[in-house]
Design a protein around this ligand. Structure first.
Ligand SMILES: NC(=O)c1ccc[n+]([C@@H]2O[C@H](COP(=O)([O-])OP(=O)(O)OC[C@H]3O[C@@H](n4cnc5c(N)ncnc54)[C@H](OP(=O)(O)O)[C@@H]3O)[C@@H](O)[C@H]2O)c1
Length: 312
């Protein structure tokens, strides 16, 4: 396919770090935007990628950055906001998407690939509601859009198995909210392959791709699989609903919000999908069970390296 000039927002995150090298293998030229490159200085070494610090909420600056590009990919998303009233989600999901659309139109960029999530627009969480509102903006944009709706994403550096590994290492038992909620975790390599293929296929314009893996796991299964890969015996206690709500309420006030009331609301809906977007794009989804050992071992190795590097 023709090499494209692509602007990527949210490229410094977990998915972005896998997407950029994949797009480079197709020869695309990439401008990756970050709100603050100082926090991500190792990224500047990504071969073949130009990085720029930019206030992505500044429409004029965004328009200038997009001028001459063939496509824009919006990966920005948050799982938690500072407050609790939904404003943070609205800003990061809806306002930013509106900004991206306006800037793309002003700069003459015809193509938009928008990252969203399974269940966007469903349920009572601000997270899913604002995801749905952002999707509606994209669909009404008049641009050549494609939307991706993944279940939870796993892979090296993920926030799933790595996060639970971090909790399970020091704790003998883990009280788990919403333990029965089901996921179909999708491999990050399959997610970025979907983006790469969609860019190359004209028939992906105007399409919504649900991205999910071949195995349905409850949250409890995911935690138990992580403990198994860590070779630790851990007690996983499924919290009854009232205690799950209480845990969510308390965590809302913990710095960094390890869990939140909004997370609790999102977790009331299974994240399993219905129409297989990976199949539609000719991608065979990978099974998380084949990867957990390597992901957890890598995170243990990284922890050892980090502690060796720490000044004593
Ligand atoms: N990981 C998953 O399991 C999963 C599942 C479903 C959907 N998704 C969606 O997939 C996308 C990528 O996920 P990810 O795991 O790579 O996310 P991530 O690691 O959190 O990265 C997202 C990037 O967005 C930028 N960002 C964060 N907060 C922002 C804000 N308030 N305003 C503007 N930019 C902000 C950050 O870039 P800078 O700091 O450099 O600006 C960050 O690197 C997100 O939209 C996410 O919601 C992820």
């Amino acid at each position: 396919m023709k090499a494209l000039d692509i602007v990527v927002l949210g490229a410094s995150g977990f998915v972005g770090q896998h997407l950029l090298p994949r797009l480079r293998t197709d020869g695309h030229r990439i401008l990756a935007l970050s709100r603050c490159l100082d926090r991500h200085h190792t990224l500047l070494r990504t071969p073949g990628v130009t990085w720029r610090s930019l206030d992505v909420y500044d429409r004029d600056a965004l328009t200038a950055a997009m001028r001459g590009a063939d496509a824009v990919i919006n990966l920005v998303g948050i799982l938690n906001e500072k407050g609790r009233d939904g404003h943070g989600f609205e800003r990061a999901h809806v306002d930013l998407t509106a900004n991206v659309i306006a800037a793309a139109k002003a700069a003459g960029v015809p193509r938009l690939l928008q990252m969203s999530a399974l269940n966007a627009g469903r349920g009572k969480s601000h997270y899913l509601r604002t995801r749905g509102e952002a999707e509606a903006r994209v669909k009404a944009s008049g641009l050549d859009w494609t939307i991706f709706q993944p279940s939870v994403i796993f892979g090296p550096g993920d926030g799933l198995f790595n996060r639970f590994a971090g909790l399970l290492r020091p704790l003998p038992c883990l009280p788990l909210a919403c333990a029965d909620t089901k996921f179909a975790p999708v491999y990050v390599g399959d997610v970025v392959e979907a983006f790469a293929r969609a860019l190359a296929r004209a028939d992906s314009v105007g399409q919504n791709y649900e991205l999910y893996g071949p195995r349905v796991l409850s949250l409890r299964d995911i935690v138990k699989q992580t403990a198994k890969s860590l070779h630790r015996r851990r007690l996983v206690i499924s919290l009854p609903d009232a205690l799950a709500r209480l845990q969510a309420f308390c965590c809302d006030f913990v710095p960094g919000k390890p869990f939140s009331g909004d997370n609790y609301k999102s977790l009331q809906t299974d994240s399993v999908g219905g129409v297989d977007g990976l199949f539609r794009l000719g991608i065979t989804p990978r099974d998380p069970v084949d990867f957990v050992d390597a992901i957890v071992a890598r995170s243990s190795r990284q922890r050892r390296l980090d502690s060796d590097r720490r000044p004593r």
